[in-house]
Design a protein around this ligand. Structure first.
Ligand code: NAP
Length: 235
């Protein structure tokens, strides 16, 4: 996908990572539509990037599908949809309530899937779907069972959809970073984060994400030393 002039919906553009991905896309000449929940942060991000903004709540799947339609209308089509929103909770599995587990599954798995389901209906060959999952999708962590499970569910869904979408020329990118110092863990919907290692360099990751979109790669993961690694084919 040629980033210059591309029409990209970034969902979660009010977040630290989503905001940085949006800024990198704009720097490289893309035309984003920003989607977010918090109205004040969303308006500020849209002003900063000179972009159209649409609001959604990931706990309401119909709002996710609506945002895809609105973004496609605003831009005259979509070349990529990037989901960079999410929620986390901490605590041992027996202590985390069913409501929290259900919320994480809705926000971290079902909502990105709702975005992509809507996008698959309107995207042309050569387009890309991209989701930020996380290293927990392949290495589930104690104290984060439901967060790990929700990200693993999204990653599995992307894996199956990738194989379906190859036939219609649409690429599917899974971004699985390790820990980043975005403050995400401090905004958990329940529980308190354990001691975490120093975060990897977010700007390098963001650059790798946009490179991967550009080259049609299928996976961005973080090496043990924190360096982002782009894999053309996901395994
Ligand atoms: N930071 C890390 O260490 C790390 C590592 C691996 C993967 N990730 C993933 O990276 C993504 C972005 O996280 P971040 O580090 O950039 O943290 P962040 O700054 O806290 O961003 C979280 C984003 O998710 C949005 N969000 C949360 N609940 C929502 C809901 N119900 N509806 C709509 N939007 C909602 C927030 O919107 P509001 O502005 O409205 O709150 C915000 O835009 C997440 O999916 C996270 O799982 C993070």
């Amino acid at each position: 996908m040629d980033i210059e002039g591309s029409r990209v919906l970034v969902a979660g553009a009010t977040g630290v990572l989503g905001g940085a991905i949006t800024a990198e896309l704009v720097t490289r000449g893309a035309r984003p539509v920003l989607a977010g929940r918090d109205p004040v942060r969303l308006a500020a991000a849209a002003r900063r990037e000179g972009a159209h903004a649409v609001s959604f709540d990931a706990y309401d799947p119909s709002s996710c599908a609506r945002v895809v339609q609105d973004a496609a209308t605003a831009l005259g089509g979509l070349d990529a949809v990037v989901t960079a929103f999410g929620a986390v909770a901490f605590g041992e599995a027996g202590e985390v309530g069913d409501e929290v587990a259900e919320y994480l599954m809705a926000v971290d798995y079902l909502a990105p899937a709702a975005f992509f389901r809507a996008a698959l209906g309107i995207m042309e060959p050569g387009s890309m779907l991209a989701a930020v999952t996380g290293v927990v999708a392949e290495h589930p962590q104690p104290g984060m069972a439901d967060y790990s499970a929700s990200k693993a569910a999204l990653s599995a869904w992307l894996g199956a959809v990738r194989r379906e979408a190859r036939g219609i020329g649409i690429g599917v990118l899974d971004v699985r970073p390790g820990h980043l110092d975005t403050g995400f863990a401090g905004r958990a919907v329940a529980g308190a984060a354990p001691a975490l290692p120093a975060g990897a360099d977010m700007q390098k990751l963001v650059s790798a994400v946009v490179d991967a979109l550009s080259s049609g790669a299928e996976l961005v993961r973080t090496a043990p030393d924190g360096t982002p690694v782009i894999e053309r084919r996901a395994r």
